[in-house]
Design a protein around this ligand. Sequence first.
Ligand SMILES: *[C@@H]1O[C@H](CO)[C@@H](O)[C@H](O)[C@H]1NC(C)=O
Length: 131
Amino acid sequence: MHLKSTIQALSTLLLLQTTTAAPASDIASRSSTDMIEARGECTWGFICGVIKNDPKSNRSLQVTNDWPKRDSGAWKWIGIGGSSTAVMKDADGFYVPSGCRATSVDDVLVWDAGKWHKINDLQEYTVKIIC
Ligand SMILES: *[C@@H]1O[C@H](CO)[C@@H](O)[C@H](O)[C@H]1NC(C)=O
């Protein structure tokens, strides 16, 4: 329990550093945590990638728990205001259809349309998607 909260605090710190230091375009290619992340699993069993669909979005968000394959069997949908934790333990990425605008809640990060975007286990993102 104590170890878990310590590691979660550490993850939050890493997340803050990642989000402030990295331009949006850098996130998809980031691979620093790939070494500790067993594909499709949570790091150390309990640090998992989490994707949330902002309440201000106006459509569902498509997520996958199988990177890099991303085949349709691993797709799930998160409703407006929902979280990937309801449909999968460890979210690995999300899709922004062309014609949509996907941003962080504060509008600082913008994720390209027509592409999948990878997140890692130390990240929790809330995506605002307007189509
Ligand atoms: C979402 O919001 C945008 C901007 O207000 C609007 O143009 C679009 O039609 C909306 N889409 C849906 C699915 O409601």
